[in-house]
Design a protein around this ligand. Structure first.
Ligand SMILES: NC(=O)c1ccc[n+]([C@@H]2O[C@H](COP(=O)([O-])OP(=O)(O)OC[C@H]3O[C@@H](n4cnc5c(N)ncnc54)[C@H](OP(=O)(O)O)[C@@H]3O)[C@@H](O)[C@H]2O)c1
Length: 276
């Protein structure tokens, strides 16, 4: 795409960064929540593509397993819900990996919830907010100087459920809508600094997080390999919002027939609401 080409409808300039065909080798990449599932699949792929990769997670036992099976992956225990952990992580990474130029905010948790009764523990109601939203915001802030200095990339992992909520997991979906909105603002604010801000919106992916979601019916569950391959294509094509599989359908349905798609997802997820 060159500046001379007309496009209709008009798109904001950030939709087409100048340096097309993002090079996916030779980076230093930090993946929060990279000790399992989607984060680990990306960590392995990025190592294969000749990048230096650092992953975090809360459970040391998981990080030890990752290190034993993938000696090239650097593992650091750190909880994105704890400001002190993130501060310490930022200091350690800046000292040991000063070329860090790719931050993947991936750590996340998912809970089905029943909203029809008061929660027994009001603090635990905020778990997804603290990790999925708070973790993304805190980590981005702690690393923004380093990423800016290295003219790097921030990739936030939200979900197709950022567009349309699955009512059985109401707080989770609200966190992903928040990450979606935050990412748009972040992209505009960092554009002048030359930092690329990308959002990955996966559909249902087979990991520990989706263990409770039944396959078949309204939900197609893809593998992490399919997600990684589609994302790599999206990154190479310089997409800023990478919608994989059913996330693309949710995007369009939300724009065209929001009432219909909201009702469909309620119908499909009603049975997942835990008893009150
Ligand atoms: N799977 C899906 O269908 C799907 C769809 C759309 C979007 N996503 C998003 O993709 C991301 C990864 O999900 P996943 O399916 O790979 O989940 P997963 O298999 O459960 O893995 C989650 C990873 O995050 C880590 N983690 C959780 N809480 C953390 C915290 N407070 N601080 C640091 N690390 C933490 C976990 O390790 P510890 O527990 O040891 O900390 C683990 O490494 C999430 O943001 C999720 O919302 C997933």
């Amino acid at each position: 795409m060159t500046g001379a080409q007309a496009s209709y409808p008009p798109v904001p300039s950030h939709a087409f960064p100048k340096d097309l065909n993002m090079n996916l080798s030779g980076h230093t990449i930090l993946i929060t929540g990279g000790s399992a599932g989607i984060g680990l699949a990306f960590a392995k792929k990025f190592v294969e593509l000749d990048n230096v990769v650092i992953v975090t997670g809360r459970r040391q036992s998981k990080l030890d397993e990752v290190k034993a099976a993938n000696p090239k992956i650097h593992c650091i225990q750190s909880d994105v819900a704890k400001s002190a952990d993130i501060k310490a992580l930022a200091v350690k990474v800046a000292a040991e990996f000063p070329k860090l130029d790719f931050l993947m905010n991936n750590a996340g948790v998912f809970v089905n919830r029943n909203l029809s009764r008061p929660a027994k523990d009001l603090d635990s109601l905020m778990e997804e907010m603290d990790i999925n939203v708070g973790g993304t915001i805190r980590t981005t802030s702690a690393f923004v100087d380093l990423i800016t200095a290295n003219k790097g990339t921030i990739l936030n992992v939200s979900s197709g459920l950022a567009y349309v909520p699955l009512p059985s997991s109401p707080i989770y979906c609200a966190t992903k809508a928040a990450v979606h909105s935050y990412t748009i603002s972040l992209r505009f604010q960092l554009e002048a600094a030359g930092v690329r801000v990308i959002e990955l919106l996966p559909p249902a992916v087979k990991t520990e997080l989706t263990a409770d979601i039944p396959e078949g019916g309204d939900f197609t569950v893809i593998t992490t390999d399919v997600l990684v391959d589609a994302t790599i294509k999206g990154l190479k094509a310089d997409k800023t919002e990478i919608r994989v599989g059913q996330s693309g359908q949710l995007y369009w349905m939300q724009a065209i027939a929001p009432g219909f798609i909201n009702a469909q997802l309620w119908k499909g997820s009603k049975s997942l609401v835990p008893p009150a």
